[in-house]
Design a protein around this ligand. Sequence first.
Ligand code: SF4
Length: 372
Amino acid sequence: MQFVDEFRNKELIQKTAQEIARRVDPKIQYRIMEVCGGHTFSIYRFGLHELLPPNIELIHGPGCPVCVLPMGRIDEGMSLANDDSVILTAFGDMMRVPGKKGSPLELKAKGRDIRMIYSPLDNLKLAIENRDKKIVFFAIGFETTAPSTALTLIQAKKLGIKNFFVFSNHVLIVPAIRAILDSPDMRIDGFIGPGHVSTVIGCQPYEFISKNYRKPIVISGFEPLDLLESILKIVQQLQEGRNEVENQYNRVVRWEGNRTALKVIQEVFELRPYFEWRGLGFISQSALKINKSYAQWDAEEHFQLNRIVLTDPKSSQCGEVLKGVLKPYQCKLFGKVCNPEHPVGALMVSSEGACAAYYQHTGRKEGITDSL
Ligand code: SF4
């Protein structure tokens, strides 16, 4: 198959859904986590959850980069915009993520110089055009976007650009999956592995899931047929007592990953000893810091940022939803108080956030209770 409509073929979708229903044991409850926010979006956009037997429960994982960023870290980045010499830049999703004192977009409305960019390389153009300013890029994302930040830093070094800085919030998916597997309140039977991240890291880093935790993981594409095929493969593995790393998305993902992308990550970044994740707490070696060779472009080094520790608003339940303990509509704020127009938590901002996906695609606009 090559074309997108082939992966959305109704007949094949129905056939695959029927095959899943035929394979599952009705006496067993299957809890399958889709790690990636892009998968959550596709599942609800195409209504795939409605095609599955009732004993398959999909748990939404931590693979939405803006969702897992803790509030304190958002405020740390935004504090840079208070400096008149700074132009703070970010991708579109990041612009609406609420910190304690509002989102970057709200701060921009109050007169701070915060700009949305489409590529990290836009920063270099801004730096060249605004030599009297310091351009600070609020970088977020998993291994998928880390190579483009790394390449921008390599280019800045090559061009001798001195007024560009990166506030790195790049995180790694494998330590997060390990933390989920080690969490005592989690019971996951299998994983739909992230497609985008795996184009960079490949399949081998997931082998510990099958070897040490005896769970299946199937790296999946994002079209309806991709996701249903991946669920079918997980069910087949569980029924046959297997736990393997399978690559359903082999038209894009190579087992060994993208060596060039991995090399540029290695050139620019080093592992942080630990990093805080919203909902999951501190996870060791789960994020990337700019290394010594590129320290002069590191915003944390240059601005000597103070660490800000903040807890989420008491009534929000982002952490529980991120860990899959609660469904989005079970959060007390879902719908009336927290919605895509006025997000209280980050999971309602990005289209990849579980709460936004539920709100926009399931027709469910209110939580199970409106009492606050
Ligand atoms: S509804 Fe809002 S506050 Fe509640 S979990 Fe979702 S994003 Fe967080």
